[in-house]
Ligand binder design. Structure first.
Ligand code: HEC
Ligand SMILES: [Cu+2]
Length: 465
């Protein structure tokens, strides 16, 4: 919320300066209002003008994820850079200042510019300098801008991109809300989540193997408290950009269908009823959808490991009344047990393991068995899933070793209580060997805050039915 207030404040400070422009012919002279993501300047509702855009490049250390920092190279001190909104036919006078403390020269290539390099050569700016160049906004559309100073890939990989909308002369159809969403990747020496200040990793960039894929510059920039709001009945327009530098985005909103897509950021709403739309690296898209159901809707890159493991997750929080005809919510949940109620068995892990000799070997072997056979239900951290799979982390059920062994060896059905919570599900007998059960339970006992112990194959044999 605080962020939001800041965006709107920035909007006010950058308020339009209207001067009767005798010096520029009949066109009025205006200073463009710039906004930071997810905010978008309001529709222009005016004729062509002489528009001044002022931007500053700077290199700043900021948060990339919780506990992770990065030295971003920026337009406007943020990633992505500010949203610029001009109109078809505008004469744009662009001022690019490079902060005196920058270590690099920077420039800007706006894909909205017709001319060599999109302005790159003309805007090349050393630290402590300001460059000026002008262009006519000939083609309406939604365009990426980025730094194009050599090594270009590195300037983009470090955060230098944003969006410029050239509104068509008649404007875009009216909607209730517009938001600015920009996807990009970061290539850090450390893996996703490794703490501390992370340097850029050129090899990962060459391999197109980012540690982070994010919306609006950092993990969580559009999620949780930073989710964007909307209400049932409203139509939302997303201006979506992809800064790359390498990956193409399969942009999707979980639980919504795009009523209209302006494919690749052009000015024709050329497609209706789309689930997932591609956003090329260095490209954009405009999507519109009417909200019929309340709840939290996730914006994702449907190359889905990027979303759940690398950060590409945004949220739209929709408030309003439920229409149970549009979406009912869960209507029932009953136990499903085909084949007359016999607990089914799953094939064993297949690979025969050499018997473990030490407790450490047992734990190591058990970890692999856990990942293959248990994690899907009990989850990676052993935390389980509320109302479905009981926790194995800090689980009081495990204090009784024989009972735990019986659960895994024979399967488990009927009501049980774990850490004070009731569960009444079905855990299949997984068909594991005594050795494997001994290993996986030893791993579980020595993980996630349980009291460390060991289970041997002989103990498992004793508990078999
Ligand atoms: C298909 C989902 C599923 C899989 C796979 C699964 N479990 Fe379970 N597990 C359950 C359910 C459901 C229960 C609760 C059963 C009940 O309510 O009677 C449970 C209960 C347990 C319990 C007792 C309750 C507790 O939280 O301590 C233990 C121990 C356990 N499972 C261990 C394992 C181990 C180890 C594996 C892998 C070898 C495994 N489970 C695989 C679903 C699963
Ligand atoms: Cu640069």
């Amino acid at each position: 919320m605080q962020r939001f207030i800041r965006f709107f404040f920035t909007g006010l400070v950058a308020a339009l300066v209207l001067l009767a422009g005798a010096a520029c012919g009949e066109k009025p002279a205006i200073e463009a209002e710039l906004t930071f993501a997810p905010a978008v300047p309001p529709p222009l509702d005016r004729g062509p003008a002489h528009v001044t855009v002022k931007m500053e490049t700077s290199e700043v250390r900021m948060r990339l994820a919780d506990g992770v920092e990065y030295v971003f190279w920026t337009f406007g001190g943020r990633v992505p850079g500010p949203f610029v909104r001009v109109r078809e036919g505008d004469d744009v006078e662009f001022h690019l200042s490079n902060h005196p403390e920058s270590k690099m020269p920077h420039n800007i290539d706006l894909h909205a510019v017709t001319g060599p390099g999109g302005g790159a050569a003309s805007s090349f700016t050393a630290p402590g300098h300001t460059s000026k160049f002008s262009f006519k906004a000939l083609n309406p559309g939604l365009y990426i801008y980025h730094c194009a100073t050599a090594p270009v890939g590195m300037h983009i990989a470090n955060g230098m991109y944003g969006l410029i909308l050239v509104e068509p002369a008649g404007g875009l159809p009216e909607v209730d809300r517009e938001y600015y969403v920009l996807q990009s990747e970061f290539y850090t020496k450390g893996r996703f989540g490794d703490a501390g200040l992370q340097p850029f990793d050129m090899q990962k960039a060459l391999d197109e193997n980012p540690a982070y894929v994010v919306f609006n510059g950092s993990v969580g920039a559009l999620a949780g408290d930073n989710a964007v709001p909307a209400r049932v009945g409203e139509t939302v327009r997303l201006f979506v950009g992809n800064g790359g530098p390498n990956l193409v985005s399969s942009f999707h909103v979980i639980g919504e269908i795009f009523d209209a897509v302006y494919q690749e950021g052009g000015t024709e709403a050329n497609q209706k009823n789309v689930q997932t739309t591609l956003v090329p690296a260095g490209g954009s898209t405009i999507v519109e959808f009417k909200l019929e159901a309340p709840g939290t809707f996730l914006m994702v890159d449907h190359s889905i490991f990027r979303t759940f493991n690398k950060g590409a997750l945004g949220m739209i929080k929709v408030e309003g009344d439920e229409d149970l005809k549009v979406y009912s919510g869960k209507q029932s949940d009953e136990i499903y047990q085909p084949e007359g109620g016999a607990v089914q068995t799953m094939p064993a892990s297949g690979q025969a393991q050499a018997p473990a000799r030490t407790k450490a070997e047992r734990i190591a072997a058990g970890k692999i068995i856990y990942e293959r056979n248990c994690q899907a239900c009990h989850q990676a951290g052993g935390q389980g899933l509320p109302n479905a799979f009981p926790p194995l982390a800090k689980a009081d059920y495990l204090k009784n070793k024989s009972q735990a062994i019986r659960a895994v060896a024979n399967g488990l059905t009927g009501p049980i209580v774990v850490n004070g919570e009731k569960y009444d599900g079905v855990m299949p007998a997984l068909g594991l060997k005594d050795e494997e059960i001994a290993n996986v339970l030893t791993y579980v006992l020595n993980s996630w805050g349980n009291s460390p112990g060991e289970v041997t194959p002989a103990e498992v044999r004793a508990q078999r039915k």
